[in-house]
Design a protein around this ligand. Structure first.
Ligand SMILES: [Ca+2]
Ligand SMILES: [Ca+2]
Ligand SMILES: [Ca+2]
Ligand SMILES: [Ca+2]
Length: 557
């Protein structure tokens, strides 16, 4: 009997017993039972733990046990463990953003009692910024693609078991953007890691999304920036005015806002609005096609059509669906060179801090990397040196046809989370999956996510939407930007509805989201699961009165 108790005792208890058998002292300090319980995790078998220590309580976080470990060759992960009396019996793995390369904390979840884990995705962005970790390094690409998240899930379960003496009652994954891609990766490739998964704004067609960014920038930069929507109004040689973009945004809103029945600055469903740049901007063309501040040239109309239309290859095959109507405010700093971004849009970045389009094609797209980046991202007159070792490769050399001719297929197989067969996660493992995506997202385009969900319904549920809704729900969020922000309601607890669904069987019939300005809520809506939308059912004729923009005045149908 005693032996049995000993065998099932948590690791820290064994360590406490064995240390008590010695002196119980470390230097002058008498370690508390609490300290020993945490620090003894560094001696746990089967994992390589590099740090295990108590972290003192702060105003933001309670006292907790912090554990850091490594997994060959370069995955570093950590786990934030609430003290045993504060643990809510749940493990949460949180997703990453961009190219990651560091450890992310989730103090608010720790405060709620979750044990929380995250990794560096297998590389360190301090020594290898942007996509450069992938330069001739297949292992790092695989770790970034899917392996680091899976092995961190495994390791964090082992850590939890060692610290608390029992497995987590429930395990969850919550992520957005790259974290949304990781979330779907887990559902597709490692369907037994988690009981529930939240996938926000997933960059699931990862190579196509990045190719689209490069393609857009190529279109914007061609012919000496003829299609730039920023204009040099003050004549100092550098464009700084966004009158055109605001004009476009206002024209889109004027046409599309009311399609959903409410004039509130939010376009509920951009697919329902028939906006055609060449038609709807026809009365705003520049006289004689001479560029001006408050008008459009034909080159600029083409830029706008390209951004909405998405990348096509040279034979007209669609590569990636374009940016949604209503996402225009996000275009300025991200896509257009102007004084405010030193002529290098955020998607491009600089050689020191590359954006998604700046170095992705150099290191993470082709099976064999074509070369290192150019010393200057915005001087397109530079000739890449092809005889140097390694050779140079410029983003403006990229050919969009390389997506459709198969040159990215290997990296697609490593990085894209697009398999619509979720039967192992949703059916065999009886998991639950919430996907959400802002309809105003100007970074990870929302329409591919919408299409993916329909593919899941078709492939995993034989087209039976009601059966799908029992296991997975998609929430397209009107007017929300990338993982948040935007003019539409964008704030709700991303995880709580999933937990309630998994543990209590309460499927989320709506997510109640709010929008705030200067800390004051000025719009509240139910965000409805596919294929429903929020319909106004409040006081008759009062739909345009902000006082009526509360969730109880709307119904999902
Ligand atoms: Ca991370
Ligand atoms: Ca590579
Ligand atoms: Ca200027
Ligand atoms: Ca509206």
């Amino acid at each position: 009997m005693n032996r049995l108790v000993f065998l099932v005792a948590p690791l820290w208890a064994i360590s406490v017993l064995s240390l008590w058998g010695c002196s119980g002292l470390r230097g002058d300090e008498v370690l508390s039972e609490k300290q020993l319980a945490c620090e003894s995790l560094s001696k746990m078998p089967n994992l390589t733990i590099t740090l295990a220590q108590l972290v003192e309580a702060t105003e933001e976080t309670p006292e907790y046990c912090y554990v850091k470990g490594i997994i060959f060759p370069a995955i570093v992960y950590h786990v934030q463990l609430p003290l045993p009396e504060n643990w809510n019996d749940r493990l949460l793995n949180i997703g990453d953003g961009g190219k990651d390369g560091d450890l992310d904390f989730a103090d608010h979840r720790l405060g709620e009692g979750y044990a929380v884990a995250n990794s560096n995705m297998g590389h360190d962005n301090g020594t290898e910024p942007g996509a450069s970790f992938g330069f001739n390094n297949r292992q790092a690409e695989i770790d970034f693609g899917y392996r680091a998240v899976h092995l961190t899930a495994n390791a964090s379960k082992t850590v939890v078991d060692a610290y608390y003496g029992r497995d987590p009652e429930y395990s969850y994954f919550e992520g957005c953007s790259t974290g949304g891609r990781e979330a779907l990766m887990e559902a597709q490739r490692f369907p037994y890691d988690f009981d529930g998964i939240v996938a926000g704004a997933p960059a699931l067609f990862y190579q196509r999304a990045n190719a689209n960014h490069v393609w857009m920038l190529q279109r914007i930069f061609r012919n000496n920036l003829a299609g730039n929507l920023a204009y040099d109004k003050d004549g100092d040689g550098t464009p700084e005015s966004f009158t055109k973009l605001n004009l476009l945004s206002d024209t889109v809103l004027a046409k599309c806002d009311g399609v959903d029945g409410i004039i509130d600055g939010v376009i509920d469903d951009p697919l329902a609005c028939d906006f055609k740049p060449e038609v709807d901007l026809a009365d705003k063309m520049c006289p004689n096609n001479v560029n001006g501040d408050d008008c459009f040239t034909t080159a600029q109309i083409q830029t706008i059509k390209d951004i909405y239309g998405g990348a096509h290859d040279s034979s007209g095959v669609l590569v990636y669906k374009g940016k949604p109507l209503g996402s225009e405010p996000g275009w300025a700093s991200a896509l257009f060179p102007h004084a405010g971004n030193s002529m290098s849009p955020a998607r491009l970045g600089t050689p020191e801090r590359p954006g998604t389009a700046g170095d992705h094609m150099n290191y993470l797209f082709y099976e064999n990397d074509p070369g290192t980046t150019m010393p200057n991202f915005t001087d397109l007159s530079q000739i890449p040196n092809k005889t140097r070792q390694p050779p140079e490769y410029a983003w403006w050399e990229f050919n969009i046809d390389d997506v459709t001719n198969g040159k990215a297929d290997l990296m697609i197989s490593i990085t894209e989370a697009k398999d619509p067969d979720l039967s192992r996660f949703l059916l065999k493992n009886d998991g639950r999956l919430i996907i959400y995506h802002g309809w105003g997202d100007s970074l990870a385009n929302p329409e591919p996510t919408f299409d993916y969900y329909e593919d899941v319904v078709a492939r995993t549920f034989n087209g039976d939407v009601d059966a799908a809704l029992e296991k997975t729900r998609l929430f397209m969020v009107p007017g929300m930007g990338h993982c948040g922000r935007g003019p539409g309601p964008n704030a709700w607890d991303r995880l709580e509805p999933l937990v309630d669904w998994v543990e209590n069987g309460n499927a989320p019939d709506a997510l109640v989201a709010t929008h705030s300005t200067d800390g004051v809520v000025d719009n509240e809506r139910p965000i409805c699961p596919y294929p429903q939308r929020a319909v106004y059912t409040g006081p008759a004729g009062g739909e345009n009165d902000p006082a009526n923009w509360v969730a109880s005045n709307f119904t999902c149908r």
